[in-house]
Every structure is written in C-alpha cells, then in structure tokens.
Design a protein around this ligand. Structure first.
Ligand code: FO1
Length: 309
C-alpha cells in the first residue's frame, strides 16, 4: 500500500484487521519530512506507526495520544519557533530517529527499529532513504511543505508542486511492489502524499510492471476531501474536484477506483477511462467502517485479476 499520513493510516488500521498485518507492506511518503530543533521528523511514517501501534491521537490523526508539551513550552520560552507541535513522547521518537541516522543507519533501518519497538507487525517502509522534499508554488513563491501545510494552514492556493532530491527507492520497495498480490493507493492526497512516492525513481514503473491489480481509494467524497487540502489542490491545479478528477490523475496506473456511495453517479465516467469503479461506503467513521472498506478494496482487487491496464 502506498501511504500518506492520516487517511492512509486509518485505512491501514482496518486492513490489518481483515488480513494478517505481517502480510501488509506500507510504503510511506517521506517528502513531508522536516528538521525541527535539529531533529528529523517523519510525520507520515510516524502517523502510520503510531496508528498501527494503537497510540495515535485519534482526534487529530497524528501525534501520540495524551502527549504532554513540557519540552515545547520550554523551547518556546527560550524563544524558539514552535508552530510545529511536538509532544514530549513524540519528541522521543525524533531524538531516537535522529541519533540513529547520525550513527549512519538508513531511514528504512531506523523505521524498522521503531516499528519493532512499538510492536507493529506490518512492514513499514519509507518510500526512500534519500532526502526528498515537497515544495509548493504559491502566489508568494515556493514554500517548504510544512511551512505551507502547518505554519500557513494551507491558506495559499497551490499553483504547482515539485519534489526535490533524486530519491531512489528504499530497500524492499521495488521488491514489495513486484511481489504484491494487491497494490493499494491509499485515500491520501494524490499530489503531495502519493505523488512523491510515485516520483521516487522507478516506483511508478514498478507499479506499471507489477502483476498485481492496482486499486486506488478516492480521498474525495462528494466533492470534498476527507481530510486536508486535496480538494483545494485539485481545484487550484486545474482538475475536477471529484473522485473522477482523482481517477483521471491515476489513469494508466490503476485498474480500479473505489469511490463513495455519494459518488455513485461518477462510476460510469470512471469506467469510460478504462478504470473499474467500485462504489461503497468509504467514510471511515468507526472500526467496522474501516474493516468493511478494507474488504471492499480487496474484493475490488480480486474482481480484476488479469484485467488489462
Ligand atoms: N499537523 C498540524 O496541522 N500541526 C502540527 O503542529 C503538526 C505537528 C505534527 C507533529 C508530528 C507529526 O508526526 C505530525 C504533525 N502534524 C501536524 C501532521 C503533519 O504535518 C501532516 O499530517 C503531514 O505532514 C501531512 O500528511
């Protein structure tokens, strides 16, 4: 599964209840990674890890549940910028990650250690061990991803997205794609979550070559994003703000698009793109809804085995 942050993690938490968690490989976006207070923060990796470990703050979807902010308050008193909220337990993750990276361990190795320490059985792979950075072009110029996403609360219209760094896939990424029974594009932002993973050298090609059916779950329901700026980005980047707009972006890559019941009327237009459309409830409001979406995605995939892309 190709994963961004919160939406992907919620979907994964249902998936690992309907299949063996150890049979799942999450390939996670690292282009949101940023350095704060000298520490390497990997928000999407941590959102996936914390969610699968059952320690995530479910209300926000990121960070550690019931975390405290003593260090952040002390940093603020010292005059540091603290617009990116880092809880005390979360900071422990970033201190550990940064120390291991400085000792020469690649991010994939560090992530595997964190997963083990948190009791996560699912294989969680960063898309790349290399530094990859999403930049967004707004009217005032190019911004770093977290500057735009958190500090400026996504208020600027995005005119263009680019990924810096010639990122190569982390060990195991291409192999996992080639060996997969099903490849899932999570209900994540196609531009800034799935986009950077597909931009890692050879990843898109590996998916195109893979024998497995490729299923995308639309992050847009009834013309609105489940979470985050996906709808606004579709609009500002010139796409239709709908599950059909998402399907068009993934054309040539995916076999099936899973869309919400509210978007049933788009199924025919999606099918006209040569993409199967499966209509189901995609709002992950509770555990049962997450599990039933995961089952629908797997069923959608099994209905397409051998389908031509
Ligand atoms: N998102 C926010 O909107 N504000 C924050 O202060 C913030 C802090 C944060 C700390 C650790 C972490 O793992 C995630 C955090 N996020 C925060 C979420 C993060 O910026 C986004 O979820 C992703 O980068 C987009 O997928």
């Amino acid at each position: 599964m190709l994963c961004g942050g919160v939406g992907a993690a919620r979907f994964l938490s249902g998936l690992v209840r309907v299949v063996d968690p150890a049979d799942v490989t999450a390939i996670v976006n690292v282009a949101d990674d940023e350095t704060f207070h000298g520490l390497h923060v990997s928000p999407d990796l941590d959102t996936v890890l914390y969610t699968l470990a059952g320690v995530v703050d479910q209300t926000r979807g990121w960070g550690v549940r019931d975390d405290t902010y003593a260090v952040q308050q002390a940093l603020s008193r010292l005059g540091r910028d603290t617009w990116f909220q880092l809880g005390d337990a979360d900071l422990a993750t970033h201190i550990h990650r940064t120390a291991l990276l400085r000792e020469g361990h690649p991010l994939s190795d560090v992530t595997a250690r964190l997963a083990r320490a948190l009791g996560v059985a699912t294989r969680v792979l960063p898309a790349s061990d290399d530094r990859q950075a999403t930049k967004v072009l707004c009217d005032g110029g190019w911004l770093d991803f977290q500057e735009w996403f958190v500090h400026r609360a996504t208020r600027d219209r995005v005119r263009e997205v680019r990924f810096e760094g010639d990122a190569r896939p982390a060990p195991g990424v291409r192999e996992a794609i080639a060996a997969a029974d099903v490849i899932v594009l999570a209900p994540s932002n196609p531009f800034v979550s799935i986009g950077p993973i597909l931009a890692v050298a050879g990843v898109r090609e590996a998916i195109e070559r893979a024998a497995a059916p490729v299923v995308a779950v639309s992050p847009i329901v009834g013309g609105e994003a489940l979470k985050g700026p996906a709808a606004a980005m579709l609009e500002s980047l010139g796409h239709e703000v709908s599950a059909l707009g998402v399907a068009r972006i993934y054309r040539g890559l995916v076999d099936v698009c899973v869309v919400d019941e509210r978007d049933a009327s788009l199924a025919r237009a999606i099918a006209d793109l040569g993409i199967g459309a499966v209509v189901t409830r995609t709002i992950m409001s509770d555990r049962a809804a997450k599990e039933s979406l995961a089952r629908a995605v797997l069923d959608a995939a099994s209905g397409t085995v051998g389908a031509a892309r």
